[in-house]
Structure formats: C-alpha cells, structure tokens
Write a protein that binds this ligand. Structure first.
Ligand code: 3PG
Ligand code: MG
Length: 393
C-alpha cells in the first residue's frame, strides 16, 4: 500500500508537525504500565526533531465522553515520553484554544509538546470538521503514527490530512507492511489463533481469514458460541445467542477448530475449584474460563507446523492464575514456531510481553481492533485519509 512517506514532507527548520499517536496505554497508580505504544512511536518523533521540526503530539486515552476527566489526563504519558526522549515534554492545558496556541507558539525548533486527551473534546469522536480545522491550524504538516487508532474515522485521524501535507509514521508504515504480508502472500500453512470474549468482534475477520488461512484455532469465551451452535452443553459459560446462526454457518468449514476440553469453575476467582471436562459437556452452574490441556497440546502442534502465524486474543482469563495455562501454552508455541509470527490485540500482546516472549515473535502489533479491521477490509479510514491527503508540493 502506497502511503505518503515522512521524507516527502516539506520540513523547514521550525516547521510545526502535528503527530497523531496512539498512546492509549494501560495505567497503574498514575504511571504507564505498558509503554509499547510509546516506545514504538519514538523513532518518528526523533526523526522529526533531528530535522529541527517543532513536534505537537496528540492522542487519546481511554474513553472520556467529550468532557475533561482528570483520570484520563495525558500527564503520565507525557512524563513517560519525556523519559524516553530525554527532553522535556510539556503537557498543554487543553486540546485546542488560545492557551494551547500559546504553548505551541513558544516551542523552539527541536522541541516537543503534548496536547491533552483528544477525547476531552466531543468533536474528536464525532469527527466534527470545525474541531478538525482547529487541530490542523496548530501545524504546518501532519503525521499519522497512530496505527492502533486508524480504524476510527475520528477528527484527528481523518481531518488534518485533508488540509495539511501528510505522511505515515515509521510504525504505522511498518504495521501496514507486516499485516499486508499476511493478506497478500502468506507462506503456508497459515494458522490463525483467535480468542477473546466476543465472537461478534471477530466474525468479519474470521470470514476474511477463511479465504487465506489453512487453519483457524478458536479459543477464549468466543468459542462457546461456536460450541453452542454445534449443540454442545456449555453450562453457564459466556455466549452470544444472536450469533449462534452465523457461527453454525461458519462451522460448515473444516478449517475452523474448536476446543475439545475446558478448564471450568463455578466462579472466576484465584481460589476457585477447577475441573477439566470435554468442551461440549459443561455442567449447569459451571463456566469455562480457559481451554483445557488437550486443546492446548493440539493447538501447539498446529502452531509448530505453521509457516505463518497470526495470534489475536487470549485463550482464557489469563490474568487469573487457574485460567492462564491455555494462553501460556499458545504463547510458548507461537514463540518457538520457526515461521513468521505476528501477535496483535491488546490482551495477547500484553500476555506475550508479560511472559517475556515478545522478542521471540516476529511482530507484536500495537493495534488490536485496527489490525483485525485491516485484515478484514484491506484498508482503514486513517490510511485512506493519508493516501488522499493534500499533495506535499
Ligand atoms: C485501542 O486501544 O484499541 C485504540 O487506541 C482505539 O481505542 P478505542 O477502541 O477506544 O477507539
Ligand atoms: Mg519466528
């Protein structure tokens, strides 16, 4: 996919560059808990600073509903970025407005500032043209380095490229290249492992992958809607009844593999009594919270043989110890696979990082929803906006 490159931006000394980042990161005790999305955007920012640009970063954090909500302030993110860059990163007092314009105007060449959470403004998610203009007016050029948010047609993603010379950041371009390889020329066998809670989030990508993959291994709570569609007894496990018909249609396809056993419990807790039962024979009052050991072993065998692997979504409630083994087994298998391995989605990316296995996979995507939508549709609103952006000369 041809995206406008950083090198083509008209960067005079002191040019103001608005960089949309995806710094939607988990926080704990007021600090950034996982900084993958911050570290991976650093090369683009450094590249701009080395060219004496003035960089205005903007991103969202959580889902504040168009009003200022201090728990979603970008302050911890600005602090982490400052540590990584080794320069001060002042946080503007708002997203747009005269005070922000003053802060931006006082930036020196080679300096960085961060705007407050874009979603403090209702115009961001509403894709309000007036808000987009206010953002674009802050800068001379625009860079989209927010791959993980590029499936959202929000003001900061699609607005500025209409009026400013624009480019894709290093991370965004790399993400699109890697995921594009999965779409265009995957080496076979291509095994996709899909987990997570909701099958409704994944049906589109399952359909798209069925044309390209040899095997789709299903785990997580989304497996129960499939198991239920096949007539299995799933006890009190999570299910999406309105998706059962669609799942039944898909099951005609023998590339989709379902769990054969489950770790079940009456409660989702650390000290819950657990049992392992066949996946389609879960007693009433019990719920499946992880795939069982036989499933984990079968899935690991499939993964070991793969030449291309895509993993999105955990196999169980891996944050809770008795239900972590399935996800761990898949993570180990993906890490030791000799094929080209890609992990995407907040939870599976977090799992692989927590297990210390991130270096053993070829690519950990910073996009969850974005990577799935790119695989499903072959394009994203943010990428389209860049391709259609104002020519730089
Ligand atoms: C993400 O974390 O997936 C992106 O930052 C998008 O966030 P959103 O799902 O709240 O739009
Ligand atoms: Mg490998």
């Amino acid at each position: 996919m041809d995206l406008p490159a950083l090198e083509a931006l008209p960067l005079e000394r002191g040019a103001l560059v608005l960089v949309r980042v995806d710094y939607n990161v988990p926080l704990r005790d007021g600090k950034v808990e996982d900084d993958l999305r911050i570290t991976t955007a650093v090369p683009t920012i450094k590249w701009l600073l080395e060219r004496h640009a003035r960089v205005v970063t903007c991103g969202h954090l959580g889902r504040p509903k168009g009003t200022v909500d201090p728990q979603f302030s970008m302050a911890p993110v600005a602090a982490r970025l400052a540590e990584l860059l080794g320069v001060e990163v002042p946080l503007a007092p708002a997203v747009v407005g005269p005070d922000v314009e003053d802060v931006v105007a006082s930036l020196d060449a080679g300096g960085v500032v961060m705007l407050e959470n874009l979603r403090f403004e209702p115009g961001e998610t509403e894709n309000d043209p007036g808000f987009a203009t206010n953002l674009a007016d802050l800068a001379d050029c625009y860079v989209n380095e927010a791959f993980g948010a590029s499936h959202r047609a929000h003001a900061s993603i699609v607005g500025p490229p209409r009026v400013l010379p624009s480019a894709g950041g290093r991370l965004l371009v790399h993400e699109v290249e890697v995921l594009g390889r999965l779409l265009d020329s995957p080496r076979r066998p291509f095994v996709a492992i899909l987990g997570g809670a909701k099958v409704s989030d994944k049906l589109g990508v399952i359909r798209a992958l069925l044309d390209r993959c040899d095997t789709i291994l299903v785990g997580g709570a989304m497996a129960f809607t499939f198991l239920s569609a096949r007539g299995g007894k799933i006890g009190s496990s999570l299910v999406e009844p309105e998706m059962i018909d669609e799942c039944r249609d898909l099951l005609g396809n023998d590339r989709i593999h379902l769990p054969v056993d489950m770790v079940i419990a009456e409660r989702m807790s650390d000290d819950a009594e657990t049992r392992i039962v066949p996946a389609d024979a879960i007693p009433d009052g019990w719920s499946g919270f992880d795939v069982g050991p036989e499933t984990a072993a079968l899935y690991a065998d499939e993964i070991a043989e793969a030449a291309t692997v895509l993993w999105n979504g955990p196999m169980g409630v891996f944050e809770i110890k008795p239900f972590a083994a399935g996800t761990r087994a898949v993570a180990d298998a993906v890490a030791s696979c000799h094929g080209f391995t890609v992990v995407g989605g907040g939870d599976s990316a977090a799992a692989i990082r927590e297990l210390g296995l991130a270096d053993a996979v070829d690519h950990v995507s910073t996009g969850g929803g974005a990577s799935l939508e790119l695989l499903e549709h072959g394009d994203l609103p943010g990428l389209r906006a860049l391709r259609e952006s104002r020519p730089t000369s």
